[in-house]
Design a protein around this ligand. Structure first.
Ligand code: NAP
Length: 323
């Protein structure tokens, strides 16, 4: 098995930045791109707050530029996902991909991100692609002229609701409280949009597909009165936060109560040689720019550690290969 100096798991802004920095340090990083190459930003319609791009640019374009930039310095990209990895035995770490390919890596940078949280109500899983969506950019076009609902009261819900008004006839935002979590700018834009209205203090109990031809209604419950009702809609867009993608290492790396990796200020995990950056270790900021900064930090910490331990790591790798 070939010895890699650094394997990066995930290809969102944190992973792509870590790839750029480790590639420029001549470490020939291998990026295991995962099932959503580019991560969440790759399915974001427009990024307006990434410095250096006045007027904004599309998420896919930003991802493409970051990927090309890392490749320019020698980063290798593998379009697959990790099926299992052994971190607890120490460096070199063993990584197996879904198709069976194996890697041995002196260091690992985990940037596996987080996935959209599910409502976990009847009718949700069954109707993904038939009216239930977690991505306005991907699916908005299919809801031209339709009446749709958006679930959630945070920045994502409002940003996506505003975007969806380009296509939909009406957008009802259903929120479980009577106060939005979203910041003032998006709040004002959403509240000033004539296609958007709000249903407060209300949760979705079921997503209904009456005729088996796609979503036809949601069953709502007012959390204050307990009253339930069916609300006709053809599209249910759910933006209620994210869950960290930690399944492959959750029993090896120390996580916080919500499943995010705990790192120190050098982006080190509890395992020497294993670093984490981006949304897998940060549920607070979740910006492209913060992920880029964290990817930079993790890469620089890994570069220093690899330099300091070069001789020892070479011996360990040879011993592992001899077995
Ligand atoms: P979030 O801020 O955690 O908001 C999630 C929303 O979903 C909350 O309003 C929450 O209600 C609601 N919710 C959670 N679980 C629910 C459930 N089971 N049923 C019904 N409602 C539920 O998540 P986010 O909007 O994805 O944002 C994540 C981070 O990204 C934030 O820091 C945000 O500022 C940032 N972000 C920024 C921008 C921007 O600046 N342009 C855009 C998108 C995201 P409660 O309010 O009652 O908890």
């Amino acid at each position: 098995m070939q010895r890699e100096r650094v394997v990066i798991i995930g290809s969102g802004p944190a992973g792509l930045t870590a790839a750029l920095y480790t590639a420029r340090a001549q470490l020939k990083p291998v990026v295991i791109a995962g099932d959503t190459p580019g991560g969440q930003v790759a399915i974001t319609h427009e990024v307006e707050n990434y410095p250096g791009f006045p007027g904004g640019l599309s998420g896919p374009e930003l991802v493409e530029r970051m990927t090309e930039h890392a490749k320019e310095f020698g980063a290798e990209f593998v379009n697959s996902a990790v099926s299992n990895l052994d971190l607890t035995s120490g460096s070199p770490f063993h990584i197996r991909l879904r198709e069976g390919e194996q890697y041995s890596a002196d260091s690992v940078i985990i940037t596996s991100g987080a996935d959209p949280r599910k409502l976990k109500v009847p009718g949700e899983a069954e109707n993904i692609g038939a009216g239930v969506s977690y991505c306005g950019t991907c699916d908005g076009f299919f809801f031209r002229g339709k009446d749709i609902v958006v679930i959630g009261g945070g920045d994502s819900a409002l940003e996506e609701a505003i975007f969806l008004t380009r296509f939909a006839n009406s957008v009802h935002i259903i929120h479980r409280r009577d106060k939005l979590r979203a910041g003032p700018q998006l709040r004002h834009r959403a509240q000033g949009n004539e296609k958007i209205s709000f249903i407060w203090n209300t949760v979705v109990e079921e997503i209904i597909n009456e005729a088996g031809e796609g979503v036809s209604a949601v069953r709502l419950r007012n959390v204050q009165t307990g009253e339930t009702s069916n609300f006709p809609t053809e599209g249910v867009f759910i933006f209620i936060g994210h869950d960290p993608n930690n399944a492959i290492f959750s029993d090896q790396v120390i996580l916080d109560d919500e499943g995010y990796i705990i790192t120190d200020s050098h982006f080190r995990t509890n395992i020497e040689g294993v670093y984490a950056a981006g949304e897998i270790q940060d549920q607070l900021w979740r910006q492209v720019s913060t992920s880029v900064g964290q990817g930079t930090g993790a890469a620089m910490a890994a570069i220093h550690w690899l330099e300091e331990n070069e001789t020892q790591l070479q011996d360990l790798s040879q011993q592992a290969n001899a077995h």
